[in-house]
Design a binder for this molecule. Sequence first.
Ligand SMILES: [Zn+2]
Length: 398
Amino acid sequence: MSHYSDAENTADSFDEIAGGSNDVMLRRRRIWDPDSASITSEIKDLLDDDANSLVEEDCIGCPLPSTPEDENVLETEMSDVLKAAVLGDELDITTLAQNAAGQAEHVVRRLIQVSWNVCHFNKLPDWLQDNDFLTHGHRPPLPSFRACFRSIFRLHTETANIWTHLLGCVAFIGIAAYFLMRPTVEIQLQEKVVFGAFFAGAIICLGFSFMFHTLNCHSQFVGKLFSKLDYCGIALLIMGSFVPWLYYGFYCHFKPKVVYLSGVCALGITSIMVSLWDKFSESAWRPFRAGVFMTFGLSGIVPAIHYGIMEGWLNKMSQTSLGWLLLMGLLYIVGAVLYALRVPERFFPGKFDIWLHSHQIFHIFVLGGAFVHFHGISEMAMHRVTVGQCEIPDTLIY
Ligand SMILES: [Zn+2]
C-alpha cells in the first residue's frame, strides 16, 4: 500500500463523519489533495517522487512504511484528530483537513523511522548511487535526521563506516582532553598548541566523516553538504598532522619551519577550496579526489628529505621521526589507492556489501595512520625534552 491509498482512506473517513452529522458540510467537504499548499514540501516529495524507493510498490527489499501494523499507527493518529473535531461545537472540514495533513506528516516521519528496510543498489535514487560494486544492503532515502541517527544501530553498507570514525573521534577527544589538561609545568603552552592543531584536525576529520556517513541518505542537499565537510575534514587532518611534525623536526631552524608551514597552509586551503567545488563529490571524480589528498600528503616528502639531509639519515632520531612518518604515509596511501580503485568489492561484487569494502578499509587505515602519527610526534616531543633547548636561539638559524 502506498501513501496515496493512505490518503484515500483518510478522505473516506472524513466522508463517514461528515455524512453522519451534517449534509451541508458533506457538500462542502474537501478531498485531501496531495498538491494542497498546506502540506509541507517534504511530504510532497515523498508522495510525488515515483522514483523514490520508499513509495515504489515493487521495490524489492525496500518495503513501504505502510505495512499492516503501520496502518494501526495511522488509524490511532487519525482517530485522535477526528474525535477532537466531532466533540467540538462545529465540524470545520478545512481545519480538520489541515490538522490531518499535519498529523499525516508526523505519522509519515514516524513510519520512516521505524519501518524502512535495506535496498538493492538499483532501487536507490541517482543521488545515492555511489558504488555499484556494493549491490545490496543500502539505506533508502531517510528524510528525517532522527531516522538517519537511529540507522547507525542498523546493519547496512554505511554501518562500519559510521562506527569506525565515530569511535575514532571519541578516542581522540579523550586523548586531546587528557593532553591539553596536563599542568603547564609538564607540557608547555606552545606544545599544547602544536599538538592541539593535530588533535583538532583529527577530531574534525573523524567527526565530519561520521556525520557524512550518517546523514548522506537524508536528502541530496544534506548529503552533498556533508560530503563537502567530509573532504574539508581530510584536508584539515593533513594540515594538522604537518604542524607538530614540522615544529619538532625543524625546532631549531626557524626559517624552513615557517616556509614549510606556510606551504602546508597554502596547500590545505587549496584542497579545502577544491573540496567545496560541487563536482568534486561526484562518483566519477573519485580518483581525482584521492589524487588531490595524496598529492597534499605526499608534499611532506620535501621537508622529510630536508630533515634527513640536515640531521643525517642514520641518526637515531631521524630514523624514529622519519620511520613513523613513512608508516603513516603508507597507511594513508594504501587506504586511498584501495578507495580509488574500489578493491576488494570490484573483484567480488556483492560479497563485501556490509563488511570490509574499500571505504571501510580506507577508514581503518586513516584511523591507524592518525594513531601512528600521534605516536611519532609524541616521540619527537619526548626527544626534544631530553635534548633540551637549542644551542643558539632558533631565530638566528637558517
Ligand atoms: Zn568516509
